[in-house]
Design a protein around this ligand. Sequence first.
Ligand code: FUL
Length: 490
Amino acid sequence: MDSMNKLSISFLLFLLPGFWLPAQQPFYPAPYGALPDSNQLRWHEMERYVLIHFTPTTFENKEWGYGDADPALFNPVAFDAGQIVNAAKEGGFKGVVLVAKHHDGFCLWPTATTPYNISKSPWKNGTGDMVREFEQATRKAGLEFGLYCSAWDRHDSDYGRYTYVTKYREQLRELFSNYGPLFIAWFDGANGGEGYYGGARETRTIDRAAYYGWDTIWQMVRRMQPGAVIFSDVGDIRWVGNEAGHAAETSWATFTPEPLDGKTKAVPGEMKYWKSPEGTRNGKYWKPAECDVPLRPGWFYHPGQDDQVKNAVSLFDLYLRSAGRGAGLDLGLSPDTTGRLAVKDVLALKAFGGLLDQTFANDLALKAALKASNTRNNHPQFGVENLIDHDRYSYWSTDDTVTSATVELFWKEPVTFRLIRLRENIRLGQRIERIEMDVLNDEGWSFLTATTSIGSNRLVLLPAAVTCRGLRIRIVQSPVCIALSEINIF
Ligand code: FUL
């Protein structure tokens, strides 16, 4: 084609409608930053589960078994996995994570890797499998099952040598192949120190970065339990950095684990974990926080702590500061030496479950008329009605150029509320940085409150209930257009 022809074709194209208009924005908003995978999405939807500690350590009334307890001690005559699991279910928890082996090294299943296991205990004359009983009770209750097998083993004489690592991986292999699909593989960062170690009774330190070969272990989880998230300091789900049960007020689901100064890699038990409560804005990975906290002061049952069981109100407060900040709540439960949860614990869980049901029973947003300052492409697919359909993935969105916008809710009659729930469609990343809210009453609009880092779930509890005819949600800070999925008012 000669250059004259080229020129005339360009000229014709120029005349076509649309050619000279500014490029239209895509129909869907582009995702922003690191994104969750499908296992992490399911984990966000679960939001809360329990972690059960029950080993010979319970019978010794200790928190960390030394590794020398006689298996003969372990005889929970009234053990009832159903009683424990159903109490968790009554508390509104969606999953059960069982500590199949804690630091004391005692395996709750008849493993072939060590004689230090349930088969040497008097429970069921050594014929029982406690991991199986928990697994079956959990599935029967319709909850998800997960496992924690401590890497640190204070019983094993080989701990500190490579032979132990092989044994540990074999334990994981048994657990990952015999107890069905797990929603979480839970790994702890407490590694090495003083222990029994087959009678050596000494202190053994390990190279945290190299000893376990974590990368190989992560690959085992991916291969054998493809539906499980990995919990660890650096896992798919990060440890929140404290055992008090709360994420930071501003908490990002994205995170870039940072190595300690002078180290090259962040590994479990060796990283700047003090950065974990807040996460990293625009972090490299989607790694939301899990807040683990026991129902009692310790992870194991101690009769002396019977009057320190957290009540429903303090559990609800923990819920607000964990799940309410886009994190997960992992509540520690500890059966007593009979093999059941104490009555106080059961009652506290039931009351907490009741409080949750009662709190979230009546969403006032459903009765409001909604109005947005902008709707993406003016298309109903991105309309405000998506904000009240209780679907985490349908969403109200704005045009690409609109990164601050408002949604107003109006009620015919004044309503009274104290809790506001906001959710983003996190399939498109964590976008919104700050939201401010105003209420409407006879004097007009007045400032109510502000909140940050919305993400999968943001609960805003007001200091006192407010009564008003309208609520204005102002998204004031977002690097990209908005993809808000829910506004719920309780
Ligand atoms: C910690 C452990 O050292 C505690 O004993 C408990 O298992 C807790 C859940 O994790 O790191």
